[in-house]
Ligand binder design. Structure first.
Ligand code: F6R
Length: 240
């Protein structure tokens, strides 16, 4: 695992893009995340695309998760997030992008369908954020590592953390999501995890410094992965 600390989110995201570009080509498959952590990386991707240096015409993408219970037009749905923060600004083809169809009321069919899609995909690089409790994707503490795509009841701390995107009103935050499992995340060839701000110190310390790999802190599973880059700002760095 490579652990890299930067003065700012911007610097970390620039380096994340340099690493990403060294690991992919214009036919690669990306695993994408939402939330605050990857936004500056997506800005780097967009800027480089606009400069004519990279095309996403043949790139495929698979997102980690989607909320259950809000429409895709909702500004905080992950379908909308990906359009606003990345897809609308690059030449990726809509049919090559995949996000769990969690708005479909037949959730069993959604899980089966997304699992089949993931099983036939070979993700070259998975982008990850991490929750303050160590969740990756929406695999909350206690989730068995061998679980695939599933519906998750979000933990109270996750609902509270994400209320910043919902007018700080926890009642507006969806309580469930469909997420890739840890097993699916671990199949990616390379993983780039981004973490910014003091609230991430516990998760980062558990991942980088402790020897224990435990389902109680899901990100610790990444110690078992052969190619992981962890990029943080100095606030998330546990050694400060
Ligand atoms: C998002 C996701 C989550 C977030 C995590 C951190 O697709 O799967 O694991 O990465 O909740 O969120 P932010 O980046 O908003 O701090």
């Amino acid at each position: 695992m490579k652990y890299l600390v930067f003065n700012s989110k911007k610097e970390a995201s620039k380096e994340a893009y340099t690493i990403l570009k060294s690991l992919i080509n214009e036919n690669s498959t990306l695993g994408l995340a939402t939330g605050g952590s990857p936004i500056a990386l997506y800005e780097e991707m967009i800027a480089d695309y606009k400069a004519g240096n990279f095309s996403y015409k043949n790139v495929k993408s698979y997102n980690l998760d989607e909320y259950v219970g809000i429409s895709y037009d909702h500004p905080e749905s992950y379908h909308k997030f990906m359009k606003i923060n990345l897809f609308d600004h690059i030449d990726i083809k809509k049919e090559n992008t995949h996000i769990p169809d969690a708005g479909n009321s037949d959730l069993n069919a959604v899980l089966k369908n997304y699992q089949e899609q993931l099983n036939s995909a070979d993700i070259d690089v998975q982008i990850l954020g991490v929750g303050s409790n160590g969740h990756i994707g929406f695999n909350e503490p206690g989730t068995p590592f061998e679980k695939g795509v599933h519906v998750v009841d979000l933990k109270q701390e996750t609902i509270e953390a994400n209320s910043r995107f919902f007018n700080n009103d926890i009642n507006l935050v969806p309580k469930q999501a469909v997420t890739m499992g840890i097993k699916d995340i671990m199949r990616a060839k390379h993983i780039i995890l981004l973490a910014f701000g003091e609230a991430k110190q516990y998760a980062i310390k558990s991942l980088v410094e402790c020897d224990e790999i435990t389902e109680n802190i899901p990100c610790t599973v990444l110690k078992n992965h052969p190619s992981v880059y962890v990029l943080v700002d100095k606030e998330a760095d546990f050694k400060k």
